[in-house]
Design a protein around this ligand. Structure first.
Ligand SMILES: O=C(O)C1=C[C@@H](OP(=O)(O)O)[C@@H](O)[C@H](O)C1
Ligand SMILES: C=C(OP(=O)(O)O)C(=O)O
Length: 430
């Protein structure tokens, strides 16, 4: 699917599920691999990013059997059982894979070489390598050891107290994984709470993790015990059909079994603030993560302001929130989101440029976006630039643009949402 064309849609109707949560799927493979014993995973996301994580751990000698695209059995080898990989560990397009895996590699007494695609080569690795070096890891890379390809010689770590300058679950998780292999205690503090899937899943795997206001700590030398994981639907993927249903008149849809971890539900808070008709019904807890159903009906939206602690709770949803904002009454202002510049693309610049091609009135600021709502969108050709979330956001914009939109380089969507186009088509045929 190199090109995806989306046309103005009939009302969206129906009850659907979205693919498994990407953050939880990555962690299930990593933690299952370093645990002692067997881990079975159901609801795994078979997207390109999580497949890259599987390939990396297989290269380190872990047996991972994929019974179906969404069901895995991992025979954990324990910390000591990971083997020096003979080939390059290729993380593809996945920031989560490289940054969390570096925390594991930093403590292993072997050499590993790590790289990914051209997007990964542009993304900063010093944010995890600086603390890892402080703990004693030896890592080198391009441009003074800051960019891939990286060479890691692990082992001999000592715990640290790290004050992270940004709220990032990738930084926090990397340091915690290294901390588990370090002497003494490791403490990570962050300016706002980032997603806490690592803390929750480590606890489920028998690790003692202490969360406190502003941070998290653990003691080194702990082993993980294999544990079955049931992965909820990814709220970051659900965001695309949710916004589509809000914008296409006459729509009414339900998305079942979506992860509702409060560190991820910022989009629901924002949509409520914009006046959206959104109902959330919590139905249970899967592997320590709250899960439920979300129902939305087409709504008249108002502009809003998004900043501060909300940002890490909806960081990956900003491109699709920007699409919703183009159709809202009044102005939407997004601040404190400079982190978007170091995602798969510079999502501040690319969201503004790509949505402008459809007539959106959207302005880039140093740390966010200003969107003047109530703009009728027109037809155009957008480019995902290899960024799955930009591909899907522009595709949804095409469903409300007069004449529709074509998205070039739409294959990128498979990174997090295989079956996206088919699912959207199914909703509009009902
Ligand atoms: O830990 C994770 O699974 C993720 C953390 C976030 O990145 P940062 O930690 O860089 O904010 C998010 O953008 C990414 O999609 C997944
Ligand atoms: C930023 C993302 O992922 P990663 O950092 O894992 O590449 C994302 O999925 O939007």
């Amino acid at each position: 699917m190199k090109q995806l064309t989306m046309k103005p849609s009939n009302p969206l109707r129906g009850t659907i599920k979205v693919p498994g949560d990407k953050s939880i799927s990555h962690r299930s493979v990593m933690f299952g691999s370093i645990a002692n014993g067997t881990t079975r995973v159901e609801g795994f996301l078979p997207g390109a990013d999580c497949q890259a994580t599987i390939a990396c751990f297989k290269s380190m000698g872990v047996s991972i059997e994929q019974h179906s695209p969404t069901s895995l059995t991992i025979e954990g080898v324990g910390w000591e059982g990971l083997k020096e990989p003979e080939e390059l560990l290729d993380v593809g397009n996945s920031g989560t894979t490289i940054r969390l895996m570096l925390g594991i590699l930093a403590g292993r007494p072997f050499y590993s070489a790590v790289a990914g695609d051209e997007s990964i080569a542009r993304r900063p690795m010093d944010r995890v390598l600086d603390p890892l070096r402080e703990m004693g890891a030896k890592v080198d890379g391009r441009q003074g050891g800051r960019f891939t390809p990286l060479g890691v010689r692990g082992g001999g770590l000592k715990g640290i107290h790290y004050q992270s300058p940004v709220a990032s679950a990738q930084i926090k998780s990397c340091i915690l994984l290294a901390g588990l292999q370090a002497t003494g205690e490791t403490i990570v503090e962050e300016p706002h709470l980032s997603r806490d899937h690592t803390e929750r899943m480590l606890r489920a795997f028998g690790v003692e993790v202490n969360s406190f206001s502003g941070g998290v700590s653990l003691h080194g030398g702990q082993q993980l015990i294999g544990k079955d994981v049931r992965v909820p639907g990814d709220i970051s993927s659900a965001a695309f059909p949710l916004v589509a249903a809000l914008l296409v008149p006459g729509s009414h849809i339900t998305i079942q079994d979506v992860g509702l971890n409060p560190a991820r539900t910022g989009i629901l808070d924002v949509l409520h603030a914009m006046g959206a008709m959104v109902e959330v019904k919590e139905t249970g807890e899967w592997s320590g993560e709250p899960v439920g159903d979300i129902t939305v009906s087409a709504s008249d939206l108002q502009g809003t302001e998004i900043s501060g602690e909300l940002i890490p709770r909806l960081i990956d949803e900003i491109p699709i929130i920007a699409v919703a904002a183009t159709q809202a009454k009044g102005k939407t202002i997004i601040r404190d989101a400079a982190e978007l510049k170091v995602k798969e693309t510079n999502r501040i610049a690319v969201t503004a440029t790509e949505l402008s091609k459809l007539g959106a009135n959207i302005e880039e600021t140093p740390d966010g976006l200003i969107i003047e709502g109530g703009t009728p969108l027109h037809s155009g050709i957008c480019d995902s630039r290899g960024d799955h979330r930009i591909g899907m956001a522009t595709a949804i914009a095409g469903m409300v643009a007069k004449g529709g939109a074509t998205v070039e380089n739409a294959t990128a969507i498979n990174v997090s949402f295989p079956g996206f186009a088919e699912l959207m088509a199914e909703l509009s045929e009902k």
